[in-house]
Design a protein around this ligand. Structure first.
Ligand SMILES: [Zn+2]
Length: 58
């Protein structure tokens, strides 16, 4: 199953990922799958979270 990977914080498209079995192990543990879109964090937003752990995401 081909899914679109989108950044949770800034909505930038990170690419497409292939998931054969959604009940199996998800490669990215922070990924949140809605429909055929997998929300994750892009490296920039990930870094911001590291720098500012108290920052609240929308
Ligand atoms: Zn981002």
């Amino acid at each position: 199953m081909l899914m679109l990977k989108v950044c949770h914080a800034c909505d930038s498209i990170l690419g497409e990922i292939e998931l054969d079995d959604l009940t199996g192990e998800v490669p990215d543990s922070i990924m949140d799958i809605v429909g055929n879109v997998a929300y994750a964090l892009c490296p920039d937003c990930m870094r911001q979270l590291d720098v500012e752990p108290d920052r609240v995401l929308h």
